[in-house]
Design a protein around this ligand. Structure first.
Ligand code: OSB
Ligand code: MG
Length: 369
């Protein structure tokens, strides 16, 4: 497969509901859509970097720069035989995993479509539906939080994740747990605590949480090991895992017992697969994280979550929980009977990108050939 041209589209979509975490509030979602053309076939990828470097060091502008000046030029005109050929083309570029993932994943979609197989088949998926949950932001009031949790439970979500931060922790979790004694419940701190908070965080142990996600610094694997040694609740790392070496360090140091896999954060499907196998061999389960993706990134996540070591429900919610008007069809819907979502069965990511919607939401466009 010869790569003929690549288009970058920067779009912005308003969120149905503002999403507040310990690092900030999001009212709209920007993303760079990457469209790769080869031999008459088109593949799509989504870059999950945001406007500000709050969740990750990468931003929309760094990703645009790295894609257009380094990554796309390294791929253009190349002959790609199989997915493993993609990442080595820009191995010399350090860092920038989200930019790399968007281009690599678009090329995987292209290859899957050229072969006429779903992306999950190319990745090694083993399931036709995946378990999912919902991630609930920090709410202005406790009553508001309880209403939101009740609403999502009634809608069929079988796993609830709550965002936490200092001052929004024991009371909110305690109240949700009291109202829903048996629901699968977990908390995500997005790096809002320090190791000195260990006595406070230990008070979460009686709430029977599935896990606490990324309590400490985004760049601090070692202190997570110290915290895990003092807590019963399993620690799951999100922000700290930027690639294969970080996952290895986490496993070696016992800095947590679970990994939140975000394909953008680890630099693309090839790294995600390496981490998947490494974690599986070490007895560390994965689940698929989310970045409020559009239908393109959501589809990629659902395919990835069909791999065997994705053993816990992912942050993959129905399209209408995020967007009134997504840029791809059909929308993802929750199977309310068992809190699952179907893996698309068409070629590649298995969703159709609606060009008029992309153009309507588009802020910038670049064609590289
Ligand atoms: O920490 O998992 C996170 C969204 C944006 C940035 C970071 C995170 C999240 C979520 C939402 O928790 C997951 C989703 O529903 O896409
Ligand atoms: Mg997280």
């Amino acid at each position: 497969m010869k790569i003929d041209s690549v288009e970058l589209h920067l779009i912005e979509l308003p969120l149905v509901h503002p999403f507040r975490t310990s690092f900030g509030i999001e009212r709209e979602r920007p993303c760079i859509l990457v469209e790769v053309h080869g031999e008459g076939v088109t593949g799509w990828g989504e870059c999950v970097a945001n406007y500000a470097p709050l969740y990750s060091a990468e931003t929309v502008e760094t990703a645009w720069h790295i894609l257009s000046d380094f990554l796309v030029p390294a791929l253009l005109g190349q002959e790609i035989g199989e997915p493993a050929d993609i990442a080595p083309l820009y191995k010399h570029v350090r860092g920038h995993p989200m930019a790399k993932a968007s281009l690599e994943n678009a090329t995987w979609d292209l290859l899957a479509k050229a072969q006429g197989v779903p992306l999950s088949a190319l990745l090694g998926g083993v399931r036709d539906r995946v378990e999912v949950g919902v991630s609930i932001g920090i709410q202005p009031t406790l009553e508001g939080l309880l209403d939101r949790v009740d609403g999502f439970v009634a809608a069929g979500y079988g796993r609830i994740k709550m965002k936490i931060e200092p001052g929004w922790l024991l009371e909110p979790i305690g109240q949700v747990r009291e109202r829903h004694p048996h629901i699968r419940l977990m908390a995500d701190a997005n790096s809002a605590f320090i190791l000195d908070d260990a006595p406070l965080l230990r008070q979460l142990d009686p709430f029977n949480l599935l896990m606490i996600e990324q309590p400490l610094g985004y760049d601090d694997i070692a202190n997570h090991a110290r915290l895990q040694a003092q807590m019963e609740t399993p620690i799951c790392l999100d922000e700290s895992i930027h690639g294969v070496a970080d996952a290895q360090a986490m496993i070696d140091l016992q800095a947590g017992r679970i990994i939140n896999m975000k394909v953008g954060r680890v630099g693309g499907f090839s790294n995600a697969l390496t981490i998947h196998d490494m974690a599986q061999a070490a007895g560390i389960p994965l689940w698929c994280g989310g970045m409020l993706e559009t239908g393109i990134g959501r589809a990629a996540n659902v395919h990835l979550a069909s791999l065997p070591n994705f053993q816990l429900p992912g942050d993959i919610s129905a399209t209408d929980r995020y967007y009134h008007e997504d840029i791809a069809e059909p929308p993802f819907v929750l199977n309310t009977a068992d809190s699952t979502m179907a893996v698309p069965t068409g070629p590649g990511i298995g969703v159709e990108v609606l060009r008029d919607r992309v153009e309507k939401a588009r802020l910038r466009h670049l064609v590289l050939a």
